[in-house]
Every structure is written in C-alpha cells, then in structure tokens.
Design a protein. Structure first.
Lengths: 582, 438
C-alpha cells in the first residue's frame, strides 16, 4: 500500500528511533484507555434506588472531565452494539429470502420512527431488567443512542450485501468457501467502506440522542445520569450560563477529538477495502493511523490472535458452505411462502388490533384526529425550516463548494457543526427566547433548525464542488449572466445533493421537534402547539397510550412524506439531473 | 502432443438437455438456454463461441454449478450437481479477485476453504504462483497489478486447487491484444505438459481466432433462445499458425456459421418478422455508417474476418453492425463475404438530407420494432403514445434490460430518420409532422 507513504509525520520520526517511539506511544495510549475503562466501569455498576435516584448532577467544573468520559463510553458502547446488530440483521435480511420480506420494511419504518418518543417505554423495560443498579438507566440511554445509529448502518451494510459484485459472489461460491469464511473474506470487507462512513455519520447524529437521553423524565420522575448532557441540563436549571458555555467548549473538543483519534484513522484504514481499481480522488489520511502502522504492537497482537481465528474457522465449518441449494421444489417453496405471508399478516393484524384496543380503552381513538391536527403544525415548522435554511445555505454552500481553497477550510468546520448536538444549545436559546419574548411557536422552528440546517449546507457544498470544471468553463465562455448561470448550471447540478440534504434535514427536524417544542430554562417552561410537544408531555405524564398515538402519527407523517415527496424528488434527481452521462 | 494421447472416453462434465429461463418483466419467462446438451471429456479443450445473448456464459455457469438449470441436469463424473461443482476451477473475465487480499492470500483462499493446514497451504500457493510466473508479487494487492498480472493471479487461484476441469469465461477479453496472446501461449504450454493436473478445459469466447488457436472442438451457439448451432472439430497441429491455410479456412468457416441463417432460432421459424421475434441488433446509426463506409472503400465487397482483423474488432463488436446492415438491406452476406447493396451504396453516397430519407424508408419498412412504432403512432389519435405502451408490447419476448435496449435502438434509428421523436421527460413518442420519404 502506498497510501500513507508521502507523509510529513513519517519524515519527522526518524527510522529506528521512530519505531520505538511509536511503540511507546501506542503502549501508553492502550494503558491509559484501560485505566479509564476500569474507572468508568466502577461508576456504571453503582447501586441504585428508584425513589432516591438523583434527578440532576453536580455542576462543579472539576467533575466535567469524568462526566465527559462517561458520555463518551455510552457513545462507544452504543456504537459497538450498533455494529453487532448491523452485521447480524443485515446478513439475515440479505441471505434469508423470506426474512428479507419482513426485515427490510421493518428497517424502513424504524428509520422513520421518532425514536426519542420511545425513550420512556424502553426505560421502564430496562429498569425492570436491572432493578438495583444504575445499569438500567445506563442501558436506556445507550439504547436511545443505539436506535439513532443502528438503522442507517444496517441499511448501508444490507445495500452492500445485495449489490455485491456478481463475479466476487461467484468466485466465493466456486472456491467453495464456508459461510464463516465468506462472511469475513467477502461480505465484511466489501461492506467496510459504507459501514465505516455510515457509522461515522450516525455517530455524529448520536450525540444529539446522548444529550437527550441523559436526563429522562418519565412517569413524573426524572432520572439523571452522570454525563455531559445532564451537566448542561443542571447548569441550565441553576441558570449558570458560564458553566453551560464551558460544557459547549468541552463538547466541541470531544467531537473533534473523537474525529481525530478514531474516525480519521478508521476511514483512512478502510480505504484498503475499496473495490474500484482506480485510486480515489481524495484519500483520507490520518496521523494516528500512521503512528499505529509504525508501531510493531498491532502486528504482534494480530499474530497472537491468529490461533483464535484458526479455531473459529474450524469450529464454524459445520455451518456449511456459502451456497444456495441448486434444486428447489417450487411447490413446496410456494406453500412455505404462502404460510409465511399468512403468519406475518396475522401477527401484524393482531398487533394493530391490540394497539387500537389499548388506545381506545385509555384515551379514545379520537386522540388520533387531535394528533393529526398537531402534526400539521409541526409539519408547517419543518417546511418553513427547509425553505428558510435552503434560502440561506444554498448560496453559501455553492460559494464554498466552488472555491476549492475556501472549502478546504470550511468542510471540517461544517462537519463539526453537523455532528455537534444542537439540543446542547437549547437552554441558551431558550434564555434568548424568554428575554426577547419571541413565541416558542415560531422560535421552535429556529431550535429545530439549529441541528438540521447543516445537512443542507454540507450536502450543497459537496454537490457544488463536484460540478465538472469543463461545464463551468463552458458557462463562462458562453458569457452567461448570474441568473442564467444559476438556472442552467448550478441549480440542476446541485439538485441531487440538495435533495439528499433536505431529506436528512427533514428527518432530523421531526426528531428534534420532540425536544424542541418543549424547552425550559430555570423555572420557565415554553410549550409550542405541535406534535413533538404532545409526545413529550404525554411521556412526562406517564400516559403511554397518548405517547403511542403521538409516535404513530408522527411516523405516518414521516413515512408519507418520504413516499409522496422525497422519493419522487430523488428519482427526478437521479434520472433528470444526474451528472453522469449515458 | 500430450493432450491428444490422453484418454478421450471418460466424460468429465455432462450437460443433459438443459433449459434455463429467467423470470422476465411482467411475469413472462425469458428463455436463455433451450435444450442444450454437451459433454466435456478428459483430454480436450472445448470452446463455446457465440454472439452476446447466446447464453454461453450461462451455460458455463451451469457447468460450474453456480446457477441451476430450469430443467435438465448437469453431471460431474456421473453425479448430478447440487451446488458448486467440486471438480472445477473458474477463471473470470473480470478476474474476480478479492481486492483486499494480497496475491498470496487470494491464491490460498480456495485451499483454506478445503481446510488445508496453514503450512501446506502456503507451500502450495507459492508453487502455483511460481508456475504461473508471479514470483515476487506475493505480497502485492491486486490493484497494484496490471490486467495481465491480475489474470495470472486468477489462473493461479484456479490451478492451485488442481481441478479436474478449468472453466474460463472470456478470460482474455479484458486484456490488451499482446498480453492476451502471451497468456494464451503460456496456457497452451502448460496444457501440453504431461504433469499438468487439469484434465479438460472449457473456454467461453466471442473471439473466433482465440477459439481456433486453443480448442480441439468449437461449439457455436445461436441466440434467441441460446442453442448449439454447430460443432466444428479443429484438428490442426499445435502450436497453431495463424497464417496457415487450415487455420484461415477454419476461421472463415466459423464466420460463415455465425453470420449465416440460423434455422433453429425462433426468427427463422416464423414467416412474418415482428419486433418480438426479430430483435434490433445493438447498432448505432453512426456505427452503421462507419461499416458501410469501410465496405464502400473496399470496392463494395469485404471478407468479414479480414474486416474484423483490420479494425481489431471482435465478433461482439462487428456482428451487431453487420446484422443491422443486413436487416436494413444495406449489406448482403454470403458465407464470410459481405457486399454492399444498391440501397447501401445510395445511402452512403447521398447528401445528408437524402440519406436521412433513405434511412427512414428502410427503417420503417424493414426494422420490425421501428415499423411497429410508426404504425402505432399513425393509428393513434394525435400521433403520440407513451413509451410504456411499447414496453408492454415487448414484455412477452425480452428481459427487462433488453426491453430498454430495444427501445433505445428503435428511438435512435427513428430519431435519425426523423420518423418520430421521443420526449424523455414525459416518456412520450411523437410522430414527426412531415414524415420524409412518403
């Protein structure tokens, strides 16, 4: 691999001495990590009492590093869980013909469901599982982050499995690899790049859920976990603006730090799994990865693990070859299919019936109408948000994207902005709303936009920078004016990127409405008229039936919009405004 | 030569009355292979030669146990296949190497699948790498290698398993001419060695000369649906000389078979040609004009094999053009000889407007799908029809991809002849206001 050879860090480290230095650094890093884990693990398993559990945490700045570390641990545990889930679920969906029919639609719906609404339900579940330890609340928080990461990653990996190059699939089968071998030699490496990039994006989105889930209000009781999200919540409760700002700085440092020591090296390493034989235009690089490659320790560890790999290879042999049976009985297959469809339909119908019955008994089915009306208000907010952010950020994004020098500096900044959890800033902006007297019904749009708008900017930059130079030169040589330039080149060229950004932004905004339509600072609570507020309030009051109604209605809105609007725009973008020719 | 001495009697792989159909668009079945039988015996090299769409790759894949025949069976040493054929090594057109594994790891992969211990695996892989001329590249990744070197890895990966039969799917067609020639020669040298463990080779190709250089037997496949049209035994001594009279005669014979009337294809069995039985050959108007120009430059007569050689074209590139020119009545083909018709001559020598008129005339008369579209548009109320109408029409005879291809060709021809226009946004075909030539 020549990827990392021309690299300044390499030159700075001398030959042999650099080696030892690298070893020493890697060793020290591993020791520090280990120590941290042991310390944190102690806190996670602390005893817990439902009644006396703390509803807020200390706002002492000295505690902030520990809180930050606890938050980080939650993020990584969730990432690990998401990865495991991805590998199992996506493989099942791609390899089991009948399972695919159920698993993929489920994933599609889960992607659109506002998971924050379910936080309370899952908390009750986890508290029952771990009644005497903080672990229950911890699990609920981790689960919330997991739900924000897993679906995207699973979808990406599933896509890579079903679009696997046909000849690689045939080669694997002709070589008669076992299932286990095929998974590790073909499936995982082939899906590595989409998996890593999606994990990175989802991780960025996960911060939002971390902040939202460290303080959970359910059934008229509030549970607070030690973490940076709860720190901000406490500081806001006490009106300590200085400490809130401090937490913002720590948060930014965390986002950048994780990016530098984890995601950059990982994406740079994943480049080796690129299938195209052409070299990518811009290869991600990482100092951290260069350091690891210098050191002999990773290779040593790898050699130590080899017997384990060999044993697993042998143990998994009985699972058989990665083959589909050539002969099938069409009649038996069709009968099986029919039985499967009947069973699934019955199950779904029964579940729906039970749910409606539950809602009828506890609040009445009329709540659905009420919720749909509230949904219209939130829908209006989402739409205003999209239009306003597009008007502001499309010109800026185009300007940045078409100036390579600007975009080199702006891109990383926008990336941090996009993964910075916007709800972190909610208390500060709530204060602003209270001071200025702006209604939350309007201000809510602004709060929702804090996080969502960056997706539009981010994608438009990418789209604008991908406009081929020859097209730009052609437009210049034709002497088109500014308006014509926008009409004939820029708008069509960035359309696909804008659609992608707007879809992501809309999804983010729906989810954000759950935390943005009810906000508080000190003892003032602002509540907007909308579906998000409805869900939050019914959750806090412990009215599960209403939460269910709210979440279902919001899912219907999101899925409906996807089908009716976004998917059509997307198809238009792909067929009519694609830059690929032929 | 060693291979001729080998036992020819024992069948290694038998394909017995195999049909293969894929579900086409709208529930219609799309037949790729139609009652095909063949045997691969020990000691022989068999070439499967055909145009694209003749199902030759599908046939090879069913021999490898990678796809299941819809009816009929494939046997390896008398045993019906129920999964990947255990006795074959596959070589792919696109190499199909795992890009994330080194050369060594790629070659070892098949041994690992058989549970060979690490030490022996390593030794055997190194030996295979040595035989195939890859020394020094063991730790390289495929993307660092040239196409020829990659295909060597492909060969090493197949041969390290010491398979009974080597199945190759157009193994040289992604390589440049010289590299391909070089690899072909090395393969024949390996094959001639008495200690070479592989007992038979089956190669899919659309290159006639390649088939004649390598094979003891050439099976010519016809399309629509795929079937075996002819079997030609090649009894030339090895190494084979391209300039020998016998070689040239065999090449010409194969050309004649490939361009000749195919009695068994569904097209020949039906009296009136329609868009379902007579697909438009995949030829652009520009390509057609180029072909006619070249034949015209040869005084209106040309040998197809010479023409292909001159242009360094392969059958897949040249034959669709020839087929289209014949369909439109611009060329006549007898044996391997093509000659310009009077229409062809008129089309080439006319000025641009007149040539468009001539083309419009022949396309609307002789190209079945173009004629169908023009008729349908004329009979419609406002001379406008949605493309989906014609998609539905084609559904009975083609797979989804082919439907699009047929429509694209028809639209290309119709647009050039100004017979009708197509609005890609609304998906509507519109009859041109003043149809020239009528």
């Amino acid at each position: 691999m020549t990827l990392l050879r021309p690299y300044s860090a390499d030159a700075a480290l001398g030959r042999a001495r650099g080696r030892y230095l690298a070893d020493a650094l890697v060793l020290a890093g591993m020791a520090a990590l280990f120590w941290l884990l042991v310390r944190l693990a102690h806190g996670v398993n602390a005893p817990f009492n439902r009644v006396s559990a703390p509803s807020s945490v200390s706002t002492d700045p000295a505690a902030l590093p520990y809180y930050a570390a606890r938050s980080l641990l939650r993020m990584f545990v969730a990432l690990g869980a998401s990865t495991l889930f991805t590998l199992v679920y996506a493989t099942a969906a791609a390899r089991l013909r009948r399972a695919e029919k159920v698993l993929v639609p489920i994933l599609d719906v889960l992607q659109s469901v506002p998971v924050l609404g379910f936080l309370s339900v899952t908390l009750t579940m986890w508290l029952t599982l771990f009644p005497h330890s903080v672990l229950g609340v911890e699990c609920a928080s981790v689960f919330a982050i997991f739900t924000s990461q897993a679906w995207n990653m699973t979808f990406a990996f599933y896509q890579s499995l079903v679009t696997q190059p046909r000849e690689l699939d045939e080669a694997a089968r002709a070589l008669r690899l076992t299932r286990w071998q095929r998974f590790w030699k073909l499936d995982v490496p082939n899906g590595m790049i989409p998996l890593v990039w999606n994990a990175m994006m989802s991780f960025g989105g996960g911060w939002f859920f971390l902040v939202a889930s460290e303080v959970i209000s359910v059934n008229n009781h509030t549970y607070a976990l030690p973490g940076i999200g709860s720190y901000v919540a406490s500081a806001s409760e006490h009106g300590q603006v200085g400490r809130m700002l401090l937490a913002v700085v720590v948060m930014v440092a965390m986002v950048i730090g994780v990016n530098a020591v984890f995601w950059r090296p990982l994406t740079a390493w994943a480049e080796r799994f690129r299938v195209e034989n052409a070299v990518a235009a811009e290869v991600p690089r990482s100092v951290m990865l260069a350091l690891l490659r210098r050191s002999a320790l990773p290779a040593l560890a790898g050699r130590g693990l080899r017997p384990v790999g060999r044993t697993l290879d042998r143990l998994t042999r009985p699972f058989g070859l990665a083959e589909y049976p050539l002969q099938e009985h069409p009649r038996r297959r069709r009968a099986g299919d029919a039985a499967f469809v009947v069973a699934v339909t019955a199950l779904v119908g029964w579940g729906l019936w039970r749910m409606l019955g539950y809602v009828e008994r506890h609040t009445g089915l009329g709540e659905f109408g009420h919720a749909f009306l509230l949904g219209l208000a939130t829908l209006g907010r989402v739409m205003v948000l999209l239009v306003a952010s597009s008007l502001v950020w499309v010109p800026v994004g185009v300007w940045i994207g078409m100036n390579p020098r600007v975009s080199r500096y702006a891109q990383p900044v926008v990336q941090v902005l996009a993964s910075f959890p916007a709800n972190f800033l909610f208390p500060l902006f709530t204060l602003l709303l209270i001071r200025t007297g702006i209604s939350i019904d309007v201000g809510g749009i602004f709060l929702m936009a804090l996080g969502a708008q960056w997706y539009i900017l981010f994608n438009v930059i990418a789209g604008a920078s991908a406009i081929p130079t020859d097209l730009r030169e052609a437009v210049t040589s034709l002497g088109l004016g500014r308006r014509q330039r926008w009409r004939s080149l820029i708008m069509p060229a960035i359309f696909a990127a804008w659609v992608t950004g707007a879809i992501t932004a809309a999804g983010g905004a729906w989810n954000a409405s759950i935390v943005a339509e009810v906000v508080s600072y000190r003892h003032t609570t602002l509540t907007a008229y909308g579906l998000g507020a409805y869900i939050t309030q019914s959750t806090a009051a412990g009215n599960f039936a209403r939460t269910l109604v709210g979440v279902s209605v919001m899912s219907v809105y999101v899925v409906g919009l996807n089908r009716l609007l976004w998917r059509r725009l997307y198809r238009l973008a792909e067929t009519r405004f694609s830059l690929q020719q032929g | 030569m060693a291979h001729t001495i080998r036992d020819r009697s024992a069948p290694l792989i038998e394909v017995d009355d195999v049909c293969k159909s894929f579900p086409g668009a709208g529930g219609a079945e799309f037949v790729v292979l139609d009652h095909v039988s063949l045997t691969l015996d020990e000691g022989e090299i068999v070439a499967l030669l055909g145009k694209s769409g003749s199902g030759k790759s599908t046939l090879l894949r069913s021999m490898a146990g990678l796809i299941a025949p819809t009816s009929g069976e494939v046997r390896y040493r008398g045993e019906v296949l129920r999964g990947a054929n255990p006795g074959v090594g596959m070589v792919f057109q696109s190499f199909a190497l795992m890009p994330w594994l080194t050369v060594q790891a790629n070659v070892e992969l098949g041994l690992q699948a058989r549970g060979v211990a690490a030490g022996e695996r390593r030794a055997r892989a190194l030996a295979a790498i040595d035989v195939i001329g890859l020394d020094g590249f063991e730790s390289a990744y495929p993307k660092e290698l040239s196409g020829g070197m990659r295909q060597r890895v492909g060969f090493a990966r197949a041969l390290v398993l010491e398979p009974d039969a080597l199945l190759m799917d157009e193994p040289f067609s992604a390589l440049d001419v010289l590299t391909a020639e070089n690899l072909r020669n090395e393969l024949t040298v390996l094959w001639a060695r008495p200690e070479f463990p592989t007992k038979a080779i089956c190669i899919v190709t659309h290159n006639i000369e390649e088939a004649v250089i390598l094979a003891d037997r050439v099976l010519v496949l016809g399309a629509n649906p795929g079937h075996i049209r002819a079997e030609v035994a090649v009894r030339l001594p090895r190494p084979r000389d391209r300039r020998s009279a016998g070689f040239e005669a065999t090449v010409d014979q194969l050309y004649a078979i490939l361009t000749g009337r195919d009695e068994q294809s569904s097209a020949a069995r039906i009296a009136s040609p329609g868009p379902l039985t007579h697909p438009l050959p995949a030829a652009s108007v520009g390509g057609l004009a180029g072909l006619i120009e070249i034949v015209y430059a040869h005084d209106g007569r040309a040998d197809l094999a010479d023409l292909a050689g001159e242009l360094s074209f392969e059958v897949d590139d040249l034959l669709p053009l020839v087929d289209a020119a014949v369909m439109l009545g611009l060329l006549e083909v007898r044996g391997a000889q093509a000659s310009l018709t009077s229409t062809g001559r008129a089309w080439y020598t006319a000025d641009i407007l007149a040539s468009k008129e001539i083309f419009a005339g022949v396309a609307a008369e002789r190209a079945p799908l173009v004629r169908t579209i023009v008729k349908a548009l004329e009979n419609s109320e406002d001379g406008t029809l949605r493309d989906d109408f014609f998609r539905d029409l084609l559904r009975g005879g083609y797979a989804a991809d082919d439907i699009e291809r047929q429509l694209d060709i028809a639209i290309d021809w119709g647009r050039y002849g100004e017979l009708f226009d197509y609005d890609a946004d609304s998906g509507e075909l519109v009859l041109s206001a003043a149809v020239p030539g009528r």
